[in-house]
Write a protein of this length. Structure first.
Length: 378
């Protein structure tokens, strides 16, 4: 069976660092558009042969804020990648974007460069929450960008939302959801605000100067989001993702369903299968080192047995449909329920796992303890 394969390109620059963000990003007065593109192409040339013969389904420009990148740079990279591999049909080509600094001309140029899916960091539509999150845009700008993205020819529009923002109420969330659905997106990625240690929010929380949402409120909000999205004809297919029929993101599925990907750029990660397991690789986070040609920092070899456990962990944690038994058996040569009989029997007795002839997945109760349950298989 052909394993789906994608290429991720990390663009590490943003106009400012948001107070909750601990991604590998940099804020620079001047973005080295061409220098960084040249470094990406050098890395690609050096590593593409590791993935010879793969069938390319997705190219993903993430970041950072890759919509700031000169579209001609994006096009150079996309062309090099697409020319290197066979592909079954149209490649899903996503570019992440922020609403600020995204005029129609830039959207048209990104579309002309081959991007066919726009993932827009909306995060909220209300001024006080946007201010808390350190985001410079407003609801009107989001509306303009969404309209112009359609004008530019983007058939796949995904919007990101953050909930459980300090002081947010259920009524606030309701207004955000009303606003989001009114923008007619094809896909939604919805995350609760996570306070990471190494961020400004992390520092504020340590000083007791950040009010975080209570876990009960966060759970209620998520149930509410799920209900409203289903009412609006969205499928809830990944823990944080909802799609209208025909608009599931191919790229993320690579990560959760045993695909392979080559990650290019500072801070990027890669995974490929090998004859006896798999190999995970990480790139250096520092953009200066990356520009000097030092890309890879670590390689981790994984045995087939580690991957077999990880596949259950990922399927239960990330996919609403859970683990597909037939696909799992085709990959690892054994039915997952047979392989982990003891664990599954115990979890079924606890009412947190549901096993059907086709799938193994979390029950609604199990979804509340997803991380702990999935960890049994690592
Ligand atoms: S725009 Fe996104 S990647 Fe950039 S700092 Fe903010 S959250 Fe991080």
């Amino acid at each position: 069976m052909q394993v789906p394969f994608g290429v991720y390109i990390h663009f590490p620059f943003c106009l400012a660092r948001c107070p909750y963000c601990d991604f590998a990003i940099h804020v620079r007065p001047e973005i080295p558009h061409d220098g960084y593109t040249d470094a990406i192409l050098r890395e690609f040339e050096a590593r593409a042969t590791d993935y010879a013969g793969r069938q390319l389904v997705s190219i993903y420009f993430g970041g950072g804020t890759p919509s700031l990148w000169k579209p001609s740079c994006i096009e150079r990279i996309a062309t090099a990648v697409a020319n290197q591999f066979t592909h079954p049909g149209e490649i899903e080509m996503t570019v992440e974007a922020n609403p600020e600094a995204l005029p129609l001309a830039q959207l048209e140029a990104l579309r002309a460069a081959g991007c066919n899916r726009l993932s827009l960091g909306v995060q909220s539509l209300q001024p006080h929450h946007l201010k808390t999150l350190g985001r410079p845009h407003d609801a009107r700008t989001v509306q303009t960008v969404c309209t112009q993205a359609r004008t530019a020819g983007f058939d796949h529009l995904s919007l990101d939302l953050i909930f459980a923002v300090p002081h947010q109420t259920l009524a606030d969330l309701d207004r955000d959801l009303d606003g989001l659905f009114a923008l007619s997106p094809d896909h939604l990625s919805i995350y609760s605000l996570t306070i990471e240690e190494r961020t400004e929010f992390g520092a504020r929380a340590r000083r007791g100067r950040l009010t975080v949402a209570a876990p009960e409120l966060e759970a209620t909000m998520f149930e509410y989001i799920d209900r409203r999205a289903r009412q609006a004809d969205f499928e809830h297919y990944e823990v944080s993702s909802f799609a209208r029929p025909g608009h599931r993101a191919l790229h993320n599925q690579l990560y959760w369903s045993g695909g392979e990907w080559l990650g290019l750029g500072s801070g990027a990660h890669s995974f490929r299968r090998t004859s006896d397991g798999g190999e995970r690789q990480s790139n250096v986070r520092s953009v200066d080192l990356y520009l000097r040609g030092e890309a890879l920092t670590s390689r981790e070899l994984l045995s087939e047995s580690e991957l077999a456990g990880e596949a259950i962990w990922l399927g239960l944690r990330q996919l609403v449909e859970g683990v597909d038994r037939e696909r799992y058996a085709a990959r690892f040569g054994v039915d997952p329920v047979a392989r982990f009989r003891t664990e599954f029997e115990r979890l079924t007795r606890q009412g947190v796992i549901e096993i059907t002839s086709a799938r193994v997945r979390l029950t609604a109760r199990g979804a509340l303890f997803a991380d702990g349950i999935a960890a049994n298989f690592l």
